[in-house]
Design a protein around this ligand. Structure first.
Ligand SMILES: [Zn+2]
Length: 204
C-alpha cells in the first residue's frame, strides 16, 4: 500500500511531549513489527492528547498494519475447501468458522482505523495522503465484508441444499464444526457426507 507508506514517511505533527512519551516508543515497537503494542501506546497517548494530529495518524497507520498482518496470516491457513475428484468437494467447517472469526477481527480493526482517519480528516480535511488512506481502508473493508458474507452464505445454504444428515451413516452433520464432503448423485441431487464416512465408502 504505497500511499499509506509514503504518508508514514512524511513528518508527523507532534508536540515534543507527544513525540517523547508516545510516538517514539510506539515507533520502536513498530520497528520490531510489534504493531499491536505500537497501536496500544498511541491509543493511550490519544487519551491524554485527543486532538493530536500526529498520534491520530499513527493510530490509523498501526491499525492498518495490525489488520494487514492478520490478513497475511489468513493466507497461510490450510485450504478450507478442497476438491476430492469426481466432483466431490470437502469443506472444513471448523477451519471455515475460524476464518470467519478472523475476518470479523480484521474488519473490527479496520473500523477503528477508519474512525481515527475520520478524526484526522476533521483536523486536516485537505490532506491528500489521508484521503487516499481512507479510500484504501474503505475498499479493503468492502472486500473483506463481501468475502465473509459469501462464506457465511455458503454455510447457511448448506443444510437447505444438501440436508442435515450424512448420506453414509445417516447421522446429523454440523456444517460449522465438521469436515463435510459435498457430492452430486447420479440424479443430480446434492448430498453431504461426513469426511470420514465418505472416505470409508470410497474404499469399498
Ligand atoms: Zn456420516
Amino acid at each position: 500500500m504505497d500511499a499509506v507508506e509514503t504518508a508514514y514517511k512524511a513528518p508527523l505533527k507532534l508536540t515534543p511531549e507527544e513525540k517523547k512519551h508516545f510516538a517514539d516508543p510506539a515507533m520502536q515497537e513498530a520497528d520490531n513489527s510489534n504493531f499491536p503494542s505500537a497501536l496500544e501506546i498511541v491509543s493511550n497517548g490519544l487519551d491524554a492528547h485527543p486532538a493530536s494530529e500526529g498520534l491520530l495518524f499513527l493510530k490509523a497507520y498501526f491499525g492498518y498494519k495490525v489488520a494487514d498482518t492478520m490478513s497475511n496470516e489468513l493466507s497461510s491457513y490450510p485450504r478450507v475447501i478442497e476438491p476430492l475428484g469426481n466432483g466431490a468437494l470437502m469443506i472444513d467447517g471448523a477451519m471455515t468458522s475460524q476464518m470467519l472469526g478472523k475476518f470479523h477481527q480484521i474488519i473490527d480493526t479496520l473500523s477503528e482505523t477508519e474512525e481515527a482517519i475520520n478524526e484526522l480528516l476533521q483536523v486536516n480535511p485537505k490532506s491528500k495522503d489521508v484521503v487516499d488512506f481512507k479510500g484504501y481502508i474503505d475498499l479493503k473493508k468492502q472486500q473483506l465484508n463481501q468475502e465473509s458474507e459469501n462464506m457465511q452464505a455458503t454455510f447457511n445454504r448448506s443444510p437447505q441444499l444438501a440436508g442435515s444428515f450424512c448420506a453414509g451413516c445417516q447421522r446429523s452433520i454440523s456444517y460449522t464444526t465438521q469436515k463435510v464432503v459435498f457430492k452430486r448423485t447420479a440424479d443430480s441431487r446434492l448430498e453431504a457426507w461426513h469426511f470420514g464416512c465418505f472416505q470409508s465408502s470410497s474404499k469399498n
